[in-house]
Design a protein around this ligand. Structure first.
Ligand code: V47
Length: 373
């Protein structure tokens, strides 16, 4: 078993007021550094005591990384939206021939490879005919264009698809992709591990066991990965808490997860729910993840899905990472003289300072690049 996170400052003493009596025993356990159960996770998600849950999570976070909050200058590239799957929550996937279906050439992908970013994040649809070799060529071309750029690419679901479609096992595909330049994997494709939800929303996609096995294989091969939970649709609090326990168990075995990202379901046109998750529940989700995942160092407050305001508050609810993503900045600030990366950096630093935290620019593997005191 991999040891729990090293506690940065075990002597931090905090007194907090809790209005929900159900939180008293949980707070005792958090202070003692004891592991929370799935049932306690449900209590946290269900509690009306938003500030109490947040203070506990902030305490847990401070013990791990103090007041530091991390961000990375990165760009997301989605090489195609054509996908053989039909996940009911996904607005992105299209079928061949659809008006808005697209496929990027290697040259188009290379246009996203700039010198001013540290990480490129690549995820796409499960394309019906692109051979596995195309993905390898993609990674190799990016790596050759900018060998210093860290490449985080392909979800476990895509790695599973290479096996199903092209009979390249995860061990084989990951070895080839690693040799071509892949350094880490994103956490997508996990959705919600519940068999019930899986059957309703994502039939035919890699299930919980397969997703976990692929991440364990990657970890054993020295490829760190992230993990996610897609929440705010048809899942229950119990299913969310069970999902977190499963991730924690994998981390106990391998220690290979860098970060956990709670992904708030974006209603879009899929409308599994009429409206998106209230900010109060987003914040409790972040806090619950911080308190349950005692062996995963970084919890992201993912501004792209939460919005910048909620994401910034999330940094007081146990999150210690704001991700990055300057793709949007390129559009929003196309007319401004400053570089998109410069603007993105300023914005990340401001959001973190707004939360009264210390901004730290990092690379894809969480090496510190600069601390903004
Ligand atoms: O796996 C799809 C999700 C994921 C919707 O590892 C949706 O650093 C919300 O995994 N509403 C891809 N989410 C994104 C992802 C990610 C993002 C940022 C950082 C990292 C990381 C990973 O997006 C998919 C799926 O779970 N998704 N549709 C939707 N309507």
């Amino acid at each position: 078993m991999v040891p729990l996170l090293e506690v940065a400052d075990p002597d931090i003493q905090v007194k907090i007021n809790l209005s929900d009596r159900r939180l008293f025993p949980i707070w005792d356990r958090v202070q003692a550094g004891e592991r929370l159960s799935s049932a306690e996770g449900v209590t946290l998600l269900d509690s009306d005591d938003l500030s109490g849950v947040g203070r506990m999570a902030d305490f847990a976070k401070k013990r791990v990384t103090g007041d530091k909050v991390f961000f990375v200058l990165n760009r997301h590239v989605n090489p195609t939206n054509i996908c053989v799957l039909s996940c009911k929550f996904c607005d992105f996937a299209k079928k061949p021939g659809d008006e808005d279906a697209y496929e990027m050439t290697i040259e188009e992908i290379l246009d996203h490879v700039d010198d001013d970013i540290n990480e490129i994040h690549i995820v796409g649809g499960h394309h019906p005919t692109w051979p596995f070799e195309y993905y390898v060529e993609m990674i190799r071309a990016i790596h050759e264009k900018n060998p210093k750029l860290q490449i985080k690419a392909f979800t476990a679901s895509e790695i599973d698809y290479f096996d199903r479609r092209w009979k390249v096992t995860p061990e084989e595909s990951l070895a080839i992709l690693k040799e071509a330049g892949l350094q880490s994997m994103p956490g997508g494709g996990a959705e919600v591990f519940s068999t019930r939800v899986h059957r309703i929303l994502l039939p035919g996609k890699a299930n919980a066991d397969r997703w976990g096995d692929i991440h364990k294989i990657a970890h054993r091969m020295g490829i760190p990965t992230n993990c996610t939970l897609l929440y705010g649709h048809i899942e229950t609090f119990e299913e969310r808490a069970e999902h977190l326990v499963r991730l924690r168990n994998i981390q106990d075995e391998t220690g290979g997860f860098l970060a956990f990202i709670p992904l708030e379901y974006q209603v879009g046109t899929t409308r599994l729910r009429p409206r998106h998750t209230p900010a109060m529940d987003d914040l409790k989700m972040i806090a619950t993840a911080r308190l349950m995942l005692d062996n995963i160092k970084y919890i992201k407050s993912y501004w792209v899905m939460l919005g910048e305001a909620t994401a910034s508050i999330g940094l007081n609810f146990g999150a210690n990472d704001l991700d990055g993503t300057i793709g949007k900045e390129r559009i929003a600030h196309a007319a401004l003289a400053d570089s998109p990366a410069g603007r993105a950096r300023e914005r990340m630093v401001s959001s973190i300072r707004d939360a009264r935290r210390i901004p730290v620019e990092r690379d894809a593997l969480y090496n510190e690049i600069k601390v903004y005191q």
